[in-house]
Design a protein around this ligand. Structure first.
Ligand code: GDP
Ligand code: MG
Length: 396
């Protein structure tokens, strides 16, 4: 078994090829330092070798390590080599059921089979074919290596009710129209998306989300909520992850009120220690300050939410451009970096396994209460009035 990084080079068709054989890389931190010492700039291709039919949880963890180390672009540089082609006939079903159904592998478009036992000319042929494909992949990536995620990268996840201005806020932070944003009765953002930009020396990743309260977590069929949260986690880069809870100034609905609770149910109670509240439509304040607004607003639920998030709040006018548009972003990023500093340089850390378990628990609670109410109905008891959580209340 390989226990440390080893490298060898060879010349193939006038190209110098450096091949790095890696040991089992389960912990991203130790992996990063060791890998950097071996490769410098980063690899052009990451060749993931999996014997057919044996993709396991360990391989999932390995992919997660690679994603955390290189960011989401790692899949553009990845080539999966499924070995033991000689077993392919016996394992076709297994491959279909296990390997191909795994989301992580689906993200990687480049797949190839190889036969361990090939010898002589056949062996040479499969090596040539593979190297040819790896060169094509490198060219598709403009001959650029896959660089590691910068230590300082900040990932901001925008959450909140549909229509509060999350996508517009994301565009303001990224200084470009990365996410569609417009007034609509239906939520415009259906699925998580991300964008990345540099602010000074820092890379900032913005993850735009649909309203997580409205993503189905049905008892029948796969949970779309799990899929969405997986996608969200997949887009976050580095270990400085924060949440920005977006509200529209002057409008705090019952849905808005439930958003923080939902966020805690999914990501865990500590998530609010890593959350900043952001109000959009700052222009509606006239010349007043957002602090004065929070102090005087006739809405305890809003004030409680702000308190729960450690009184970290800011306001954006997403229609503002130019210097004052930039100033509001700089202030938010300063607040975000201060928050990271207060947590010893780390953002919110979560594992997908924990989150999936929480979502499953939410599902079984929903299922139980559904069964209970069905039983009550069948006994012809008078129905309870269910509060309409989507009911809205405006205030000034
Ligand atoms: P999302 O559903 O939370 O992503 O909300 P959108 O980003 O799609 O925004 C909904 C509507 O609010 C759009 O028409 C935006 O242009 C508008 N909007 C967002 N932020 C502001 C703001 O700061 N000022 C004004 N006037 N409109 C805004
Ligand atoms: Mg949106």
């Amino acid at each position: 078994m390989t226990t440390k990084f080893q490298s060898q080079s060879r010349v193939w068709e006038n190209r110098n090829i450096l091949i790095i054989n890696s040991p089992d890389i389960s912990s991203p931190d130790s992996f990063k330092g060791r890998f950097q010492r071996t490769t410098g700039g980063g690899p052009h291709v990451i060749l993931m070798v999996i014997p057919i039919g044996s993709f396991s949880k360990k391989d999932e963890d390995l992919l997660e390590t690679l994603r955390k180390t290189f960011g989401t672009k790692v899949f553009e540089h990845m080539f999966i080599l499924l070995t033991r082609e000689e077993d392919r006939h016996q394992s076709t079903e297994m491959l279909k059921d296990r390997d191909d159904s795994l989301n992580s592998l689906k993200k990687c478009k480049n797949k190839k089979f190889s036969n361990y036992k090939a010898v002589g000319e056949e062996e040479q042929q499969q090596v040539d074919q593979l190297l040819q494909e790896l060169v094509i992949l490198t060219q598709q990536n403009a001959n650029k290596p896959c660089a590691m995620v910068k230590e300082d990268t900040l990932s901001i996840v925008l959450v909140g009710r549909g229509g509060t201005g999350k996508s517009a806020t994301g565009n303001t932070i990224l200084r470009r129209t990365a996410f569609p944003s417009h007034l609509s009765a239906q939520s415009v953002t259906k699925t998580c998306q991300s964008g990345k930009e540099k602010w000074g020396k820092q890379e900032v990743v913005v993850v735009d989300t649909p309203s997580l309260l409205l993503v189905p977590n049905d008892s029948e069929g796969p949970s779309q909520l799990v899929e969405e949260v997986q996608r969200c986690s997949y887009y976050c880069e580095g270990n400085k992850i924060l949440f920005v809870l977006v509200f529209q100034l002057g409008r705090f609905t019952q849905v808005d009120q439930s958003v923080l609770v939902q966020l805690e149910k999914i990501f865990g109670e500590k998530v609010k220690e890593y959350t900043i509240v952001l109000f959009t439509r700052k222009e509606d304040l006239g010349g007043d300050s957002i602090e004065d607004y929070i102090e005087s607003v006739d809405c305890n639920a809003l004030r409680n939410t702000v308190e729960e998030c450690g009184r970290r709040f800011w306001a954006f006018n997403n229609r503002e451009s130019g210097e004052s548009g930039e100033t509001q972003v700089t202030a938010l990023l300063t607040m975000a970096n201060e928050l990271i500093k207060s947590h010893n340089g780390l953002g919110y850390s979560f594992t997908l396994d924990e989150i999936i378990q929480r979502i499953k628990d939410m599902r079984s609670v929903q299922e139980k209460s559904k069964n209970k109410s069905q039983k009550q109905d069948s006994r012809n008891r008078p129905k309870k009035t269910v509060p309409n959580i989507f009911g809205e209340r405006s205030y000034k």
